[in-house]
Design a protein around this ligand. Sequence first.
Ligand SMILES: [Zn+2]
Length: 164
Amino acid sequence: MISQEDEAWMREAIAVARSKGSHPSTSPLGCVIVRDGVVIAAERNQTHELPDATAHAEMMAIRRACEGIGDLELRGATLYSTLQPCGMCTMASIWSKVGRVVYGAGRDDVHPMYFEARHVDTLSFIADAYRDDITIEGGCLAADCATLYYGPDADLPEAEQANL
Ligand SMILES: [Zn+2]
């Protein structure tokens, strides 16, 4: 169940996503990790800036959260992401032991360029994870989050569809 508290944290993730511009061409993806009512990491994707193909918002936030608390496990934490996490970030969530993943816009809300091949699915990664103490829920402020991204039917030139 998505709660009002979840929506409040998602608004923070949206603000982080917008921190370097909110046009879809700036790839605004935001992630906050919250534990015991406190934000322990807030990051946006930095793939182009670093450059680092793995620097998705969720990856960066998991790194910062682990550094910040000095522990490689984020048990009891909730990871909020403005967009449904990709396979890499989903696996990173599983490995880092977060207890819950909450995302905003889902696959059907945005352009297919944001996701890998159709048969790879975040939800089945979680369902089939070696852990049974992690849950995932989508649709938290989905409409607000979706405005950050190219729509499902956007006519994008190939160059714009390059990776994030
Ligand atoms: Zn990712």
